[in-house]
Design a binder for this molecule. Structure first.
Ligand code: SF4
Length: 272
């Protein structure tokens, strides 16, 4: 069992030589500049940081730090340009980001909120960063939960709050929408593991036309597996600019009302 961030940093760094951080299992040597599905080499790359006033109320204001690169290809991604071409973003200046974290704490940030993209594909660099951040800074991991099971042990060393996406309810939609048919099984397994060691909030983005295939199976699974979990139903889906498998509509008020009523009917604990 790992006892601290420094030990986790060393364990994570070994992944850079033969990367198996996530189920893509690319086994590329990122330390030598090779890239796999996520497109990242051995460097960590940050494309945005901001104080966000409107994350879930218990987390806001939150210092969001966006890392480039992702291991999914969601057809409705709003930051796709940084995730599909992460090397277009320059390597992170760690001194600069450590300074921004201190600055944002001074502005009232309640936490530092790691997101992307998918932050776990940048885990070795994130752990290096965190060795330089005061231990009193609470860390939120905002993840798609698509990582290999042994990564959970590394996350335990620093994650205070896991803000976990659970995007789909079946393998067909996960394949078409995210390019990952195994996403649902992997994400559910990792959410269960996270529920044992950190404060867990599960987010589900309401997708128009995916009430029976994605929303309802997700709610039923949560009610059975983690009935006391905090659930955040997200209504901010934005249709993509070009047509594909992703829905081309916004969620209707009827979709949102039905989703909320069903979650409550199953006894789930909704948060905003
Ligand atoms: S983190 Fe990137 S390189 Fe590593 S296995 Fe996943 S997609 Fe491949």
């Amino acid at each position: 069992m790992l006892t601290g961030i420094e030990e986790a940093r060393e364990a994570a760094a070994s992944h850079l030589r033969q990367c198996r951080l996530c189920p893509r299992d690319c086994r590329v040597d990122r330390s030598r500049g090779q890239t796999g599905y996520c497109g990242l080499d051995g460097q960590i790359r940050c494309f945005r940081e901001m104080l966000h006033p409107a994350e879930e109320a218990e987390l806001s204001p939150s210092h969001q730090v966006y890392f480039a690169g992702c291991n999914l290809r969601c057809g409705f991604c709003t930051v796709a340009e940084w995730n599909e071409q992460p090397l277009a973003v320059g390597p992170l200046d760690m001194d600069w980001l450590v300074g921004r974290i201190e600055h944002r704490r001074g502005q009232g940030a309640r936490n530092v909120n790691l997101l992307g993209g998918e932050p776990t594909v940048s885990l070795p660099g994130i752990l290096s960063l965190l060795t330089r951040v005061p231990l009193s800074t609470p860390v939120v991991l905002n993840s798609n939960m698509y990582y290999n099971s042994d990564i959970d042990e590394l996350l335990r060393t620093f994650v205070g709050v896991c803000l976990a996406d659970l995007k789909c309810g079946n393998s067909e939609c996960a394949g078409a929408l995210l390019d990952a048919r195994d996403y649902v099984d992997v994400a559910r397994r990792n959410i269960l593991m996270a529920s044992r060691h950190c404060d867990l909030i599960v987010r589900h983005l309401i997708l128009p036309g995916h009430m029976d295939c994605c929303l309802r199976p997700t709610l039923r699974w949560l009610a059975g597996a983690i009935p006391h979990v905090k659930l955040s139903l997200r209504t901010n889906y934005v249709p993509p600019a070009t047509a594909g498998f992703a829905p081309m509509d916004y969620p209707s008020s009827g979709d949102i009302l039905a989703a909320t009523n069903e979650a409550r009917g199953l006894g789930l604990r909704l948060i905003e």
